[in-house]
Design a protein around this ligand. Sequence first.
Ligand code: EPU
Length: 345
Amino acid sequence: MVQSLKNYNTFGINATCKALIDITSIEQLHEVVQSLVSMGEKWIVLGGGSNILLRDNLDCTVLRIALKGIEILEESESQVFLRVSAGEEWHSFVEWCVQHDYSGIENLALIPGSVGAAPMQNIGAYGQEVRTVITNVHYYSLEESDDDLSLNDRVKSISNDECQFGYRDSIFKNELKGKSIILSVDFVLNKVHTINAGYKDVQEELVKHSIAQPTIQDVFNAVIAIRKRKLPDPKEIGNSGSFFKNPVITIEQYNSLLSQYPTLPKYQIDEATVKVPAGWLIEQAGFKGLRRGSAGVHKNQALVLVNYGDATGDEIYSLALEIQNTVLNNFGIMLEMEVNILPQL
Ligand code: EPU
């Protein structure tokens, strides 16, 4: 039965799919996938729906991963090893860790989406990336075409190294794209804390509250305050966080742009390359706060495209293409979309 996905994507796009199935156990996942494959049905997997743009209706079944649970695998004086199911809400997990005094992901507070989506795009914010705390990822493999493979044969585990993490990137966006469903993620967190408060915004927020020796709870609170101020809450204004990646360019290109745009910020990557903030480029191109019907560019952070109510996915997508073209014409930089566009182009 055709079903709306409006409540299952943080952009709040009212697109439909053929059917929506909540997956609450690995056994159920195995059964459902086998039966969809044997019927020749098309299907896709949805996590928290926080990193997608539904450009149009989906002519397929959608499986929503709702696997739950946090398990302590091992503990020492200084560390704790956890296994967390893919369907757990990311922010709730971060909050749980801060409450238990486990450090390592407090800077990643308030990122929308699920635990299963975290390794997929190696989520990162305010000086932390999730790859630094992931030890293993467990997934259901769709690679073998042999329908008779047992559940045990299909559940695979890969190590941090094998995940090939990069900036907003991993094996799950490349080699294993469409061939894997993340089931759970293993983390190692620290009981002996290393505070990561070097990011400019975090520093400023702590100074504002006269906190000189921040705890992980202080950093967690600071990140929440910054995000609430800068980024729209998807519950109020539909969005998928940063729509584009921050582009990496050569030092030569940066220097030549600098002569024309003396305030262009940069983060040094290595000797030959720098990353420049896409938000800055989009703002300079005149898009910040722009609104086209119900589609728009957020007024406080130009990297975030927003749905003010009843925008269609195509309206948002058209605006994204326009931004891409203008930034390319003005700066000679092609912005890469960070959000997954569905149906795939
Ligand atoms: N900037 C502007 N105008 C804007 C936005 C940004 O000029 O409208 C410039 C400013 O110079 C600012 C710089 O960009 O100093 C950096 O801005 P910000 O600290 O907000 O970070 P960002 O590079 O725009 C990245 C991540 C965010 C993450 C923040 C904080 C990507 C694609 N985005 O944004 O991640 O929260 O850093 O660490 O890397 C997400 O991925 O969904 C996301 C929100």
